[in-house]
Design a protein around this ligand. Structure first.
Ligand SMILES: Cc1ncc(C[n+]2csc(CCOP(=O)(O)OP(=O)(O)O)c2C)c(N)n1
Ligand SMILES: [Mg+2]
Length: 536
């Protein structure tokens, strides 16, 4: 069996339907076999950053493996920022990277490069096929590694001359890989954690993406209710780990050490569910002095302001169930309300960003949201009532992810209404993703928050220096014309300057399976989202 066929067959047996990628000469033998006889379909994406983020969105929305194909050294190079995001978010990704034909690699041909060295900092592991003897072994090993906790991008490098080579004769037929399961905590460990939480006056749970990946959303809701404890979501969590309308949900923690320390001050015990601690962007002082415990997947966990009382590498779903069993009867806790902000009332003239976010969230209560709304992100998180797994954000700080991720999420959930809310700056990194959406006749809604600047960077500038704005962060000369961008890619578009047109456009989008539509919403450039002070 050819190595390319072996790879595609084993991917297919493991449930892979799509390979997102931007191919080149070094991958032609692979691409030409895709789509044949139940092999995964090759989804053409016009650049690598978009291809990785599309596979990442698809993986997150299906809670399964995303597969991407990258074209040798320049393709891998273009993809690194997006692989970094998948790495930070623990997305299960397999990146199939083509490599030069080894018969002339020593002559330094184009496309040749140090692929392992390039991929290593953002990959969980890299494997290189070297011969027909090791090919099937490395393919299986790469797949197994990608599907094993903690997730992250795994890179599999295949030289051009090997795709068409035969696997070793003694190799058995491809079969799904078997995975080591992550066990839950033991009875004794559950007892310790039940005591840790039960003895506290005012315990709290802090949820991360891992709750979603471990399918533990119901368990966290049940445990928090029995315990009378609020659930905070860690800053930069890239997917909703519980329903944001749950009575125990106490909000996303702000990504600021000083503010989260203050917000958690009343709690005497914190149980972190997954993640490697809390993450901030700008430095501020602060220290969580209360007792902390942790359950999660990533053994490279960081001590968070001192050591954990206990920390277990374990499956969250069964662990939370067992802790629930060991807890004495339900107790009434002190409730912690999610921080609330009133949206601006009706508008008189220009569109206020907070009004736009609030109106949009109310217009589509059933939608799945992909959020890269820049300085408006905290607004979205303040008013969203998204169900578990119905809200996604890049989670890494690396923008350019959301537009292609929206395409991946729509391909994963064709029956749902997917809405991307994206800042005008963030929209410019991977707009090529719109071609794939049009090519596949998807029905995405993208709302571009056109404030004609990098509002986030002005806010950071102000926090760092006191200066309120820099000309360098302005995007108004020339002004970005998103409706022409939409036209270029064959999308519907509406240019919106007033409340009336905005409301009409939202109402039109309620029709089922509307074609891909971009709403270019012109915001008052002077208005700042009302939660902006919480952003850093
Ligand atoms: C890949 C990458 N490059 C640069 C940045 C720095 N950066 C952070 S926010 C931002 C601007 C975002 O602008 P926009 O999407 O318009 O949202 P706004 O800040 O206006 O709300 C930039 C360039 C980044 N986070 N990631
Ligand atoms: Mg902007």
């Amino acid at each position: 069996m050819k190595i390319s066929d072996y790879l595609l067959k084993i991917l297919s047996l493991n449930g892979v339907r799509f390979i997102f990628g931007n191919p080149g000469t070094t991958e032609i033998p692979l691409v030409r076999r895709c789509g044949q006889a139940e092999m995964p379909e090759y989804v053409i994406v016009l650049n690598e950053l978009a291809a990785v983020a599309m596979a990442d969105g698809y993986a997150r929305a299906t809670r399964s493996l995303g597969v991407v194909n990258l074209h040798a050294a320049p393709g891998l190079g273009n993809a690194i920022g997006a692989l970094y995001t998948a790495h930070m978010n623990h997305t299960p990704l397999l990146a199939l990277v083509g490599a030069q034909d080894r018969r002339h690699a020593h002559t330094g041909p184009t496309l040749h490069g140090p692929l392992v060295e390039m991929a290593t900092p953002v990959a969980k592991a890299t494997y290189t096929l070297a011969s027909s003897y090791d090919a099937s072994f490395h393919i299986k090993q790469a797949l197994r590694t990608a599907l094993t906790y903690p997730f992250g991008p795994v890179v599999l490098i295949c030289p051009l001359d090997l795709w068409e080579a035969e696997t070793e004769e003694s190799e058995e037929a491809p079969a799904p890989v078997t995975l080591p399961a992550l066990p839950g905590i033991s009875e004794h460990e559950a007892q310790l954690l039940a005591r840790f939480l039960g003895d506290a006056r005012h315990p709290a749970l802090i949820a991360t993406d891992e709750v979603y990946w471990n399918k533990a959303e119901e368990e966290i809701a049940t445990l928090s209710k029995k315990l009378g404890a609020p659930v905070y979501v860690a800053p930069y969590t890239g997917v909703t780990p519980l329903s944001l309308s749950d009575s125990q949900f106490a909000g996303f923690l702000p990504p600021n050490r000083q503010t989260w320390t203050a917000r958690l001050q009343s709690h005497d015990a914190l149980l972190l569910l997954g993640g490697r601690g809390l993450r901030a962007t700008l430095y501020t002082p602060g220290r969580l002095r209360q007792q902390k415990a942790w359950i999660g997947q990533d053994t490279s966990l960081l001590g968070l302001d001192g050591e954990y009382v206990v920390a277990y590498v374990a499956d969250l779903r069964s662990s939370l169930r067992l802790i629930h069993e060991k807890l004495s009867p339900a107790r009434a806790g002190r409730s912690v309300l999610r921080p609330s902000f009133e949206p601006p009332a009706r508008l008189s003239g220009k569109l206020h960003p907070s009004w736009v976010i609030h109106t949009m969230l109310q217009a589509f209560p059933q939608a799945v949201w992909v959020d890269e709304s820049g300085l408006s992100t905290t607004d979205v998180r303040t008013w969203s009532k998204a169900a578990p797994g119905d809200y996604f954000s890049n989670g890494s700080g690396g923008i350019g992810w959301a537009l292609p991720a929206t395409v991946g999420v729509q391909m994963a959930r064709p029956e749902r209404h997917i809405v991307g809310i994206i800042g005008d700056g963030s929209m410019m990194y991977a707009s090529e993703a719109m071609w794939t959406a049009a090519h596949r006749h998807l029905h995405i809604t993208v709302i571009v928050l056109a404030n004609a600047h990098y509002a986030t960077l002005n806010t950071a500038l102000s926090a760092l220096t006191g200066q309120t704005s820099l000309d360098a962060f302005s995007l108004d000369t020339p002004s970005l014309d998103f409706t022409h961008l939409a036209q270029a890619y064959g999308w519907n578009y509406v240019c919106i300057e007033t409340e009336e047109i905005f409301n009409r456009a939202l109402a039109d989008l309620l029709a089922p399976n509307k074609d891909n539509t971009l709403l270019e919403v012109h915001l008052d450039p002077e208005a700042v989202p009302i939660t902006a002070s919480e952003h850093f």
